[in-house]
Design a protein around this ligand. Sequence first.
Ligand SMILES: [Zn+2]
Length: 198
Amino acid sequence: MPSPIGHALAGLAAAWAADMVPGNRAWRTAPASASWFERAGNGLSLACVGLGMAADLDLGWITHRTVTHSIGAVAFAGIFAAALAANAHRPIARVTLMCAAAYATHLLLDWLAVDLSEPRGIQALWPFRYEWFISGADLFQQTERRHLLSAATMVKNARAILQEVVILGPVVVGLWLVRVKALAGLAAEVTGRDHPAQ
Ligand SMILES: [Zn+2]
């Protein structure tokens, strides 16, 4: 299974991809002069980074890669996000999409990864089915969580993280470049609306 770094990158990619869906995006824009944090989508993007990693919070308290690694958990994340969005008077559909997509990337990455511990894969269809699913694509390497400070573990994890960055980094960078263009367009649109041409 991938490292938290891979999962964080995927969560961020999901947030930025969902931000690009046409519709009411004015509340998600920021001028070029704004801070990096604002331009990156502020706390909501950060929440999606967290949601990308969240499923592995099952480590140590329930059987790993079961309930939290399922469409049931994705639905829960979406419903929870929808409730928060409604409470904050934010566009419910977009916030729900962002958060559910960010959470779902975790399932996707784990499904695409090497898993050497039995049963292999994730219980993706919980609560409807209890089988374990894995793609066999071995796109991401198995990371090691025992003996974290041993040289062998550090080399193994560094290699796995490097592979994750090589695969997901270009996706994130590409989305960022598109985002910068979209933000510039949106900022002009919002400003134009505030100050219509005479
Ligand atoms: Zn996981």
